[in-house]
Design a protein around this ligand. Structure first.
Ligand SMILES: Nc1ncnc2c1ncn2[C@@H]1O[C@H](COP(=O)(O)OP(=O)(O)OP(=O)(O)O)[C@@H](O)[C@H]1O
Ligand SMILES: [Mg+2]
Length: 287
């Protein structure tokens, strides 16, 4: 199934709202979502209509690693900083939903909500990342493939429910390592080359094997959980041409939204709104 135009419009609206130059409507209720990732921490803010109005994105600096909060203090400081930035731009958020990577359970999942609370936000709702992504993409069936900084996550969704999930090492960091090794440069410099649109075509053949490895992870997990469509999310999915490698290696239809990096954070904010509406109608928390 193709990704709807409305989903891409929403992502583009969120992308522009990151500039924080939108006008804040007085007294407009705000709903937020915080995505604590290995590479980036992203906060998304939507209004009661589910339209993105603001957001913040920062490099994570080793506070989170592959689904675990390693450095609590660092993670809290990062969220606090984003809340302050949003407040200064006129978007005062008091509560937010948190999300945890697929396969995270119990206390490890709760840790993501605890970071929000410690940063002064009321944590309303805790959702798994692929379900958050599916809220934006408006999909009920298929596999969400989240290629982030540290890992490639595969989540199979059937009738709107996550029925299988796996997360394996191999993400953007591994792409950086290959570039750094080849050019004998630091991973920071490698990251700059990788995200520079004018250099991406040149390094494509060098990093193709890393994308093939990601595809083989997908193939391995989908063998027992067949789907017909893959939906690429996560920052590494931004790399032009990665979708073709995944398509060739898996033989499946691959859909990529306009900005894969922003899908999950926006979905977390939408889940915050959904929880709030559910509570308003006396339905209790959605998740
Ligand atoms: N335009 C781009 N092209 C290629 N890679 C990109 C681009 N933009 C960001 N990335 C990469 O995306 C990764 C971060 O993606 P994302 O924010 O989805 O990961 P994360 O959620 O922090 O990590 P994880 O899901 O592994 O915990 C980084 O490795 C970054 O280099
Ligand atoms: Mg992630």
């Amino acid at each position: 199934m193709k990704i709807k135009d409305s989903a891409n419009q929403l992502l583009l609206a969120f992308e522009s709202s990151l500039a924080l130059n939108g006008n804040r409507m007085p007294n407009e209720p705000l709903f937020a979502g915080v995505d604590l990732g290995t590479a980036y921490t992203v906060t998304a803010v939507v209004n009661a209509a589910g339209m993105p109005v603001a957001g913040a994105l920062t490099r994570s600096r080793s506070s989170i690693r592959d689904g675990l909060v390693l450095d609590y203090t660092g993670a809290i400081a990062m969220v606090r900083q984003q809340v302050k930035l949003l407040h200064e731009a006129g978007f005062t958020i008091k509560s937010a939903a948190a999300a945890y990577p697929p396969g995270t359970t119990g206390r490890n999942a709760q840790a993501f909500a605890n970071v929000l609370e410690a940063a002064g936000l009321q944590a309303v709702g805790l959702i798994d990342e692929p379900t958050a992504a599916s809220l934006v993409l408006e999909i009920t069936d298929g596999a969400v493939v989240d290629i982030g900084g540290g890992t490639t996550g595969i989540s199979v969704i059937r009738d709107g429910e996550v029925v299988y999930t796996a997360d394996e090492a191999t993400g953007g960091i591994h792409v950086d390592l290959v570039i750094a090794g080849h050019y004998k440069i630091s991973t920071e410099e490698a990251e700059k080359i990788k995200t520079d649109p004018t250099q991406q075509a040149t390094i494509f053949s060098l990093i193709r094997p890393v994308f093939q490895k990601m595809a083989s992870i997908v193939n391995h997990h989908l063998r027992r959980h067949p789907v017909t469509s893959l939906y690429l999310v996560g920052g590494t999915s931004c790399f032009p041409g990665i979708e073709e490698v995944i398509e060739t290696e898996t033989g499946l239809s691959v859909e990529r939204p306009v900005n894969p990096l922003l899908v999950t954070p926006l979905g977390i904010a939408l889940s915050c709104l959904k929880t709030a509406l559910g509570e308003q109608h006396g339905m209790g928390k959605t998740r």
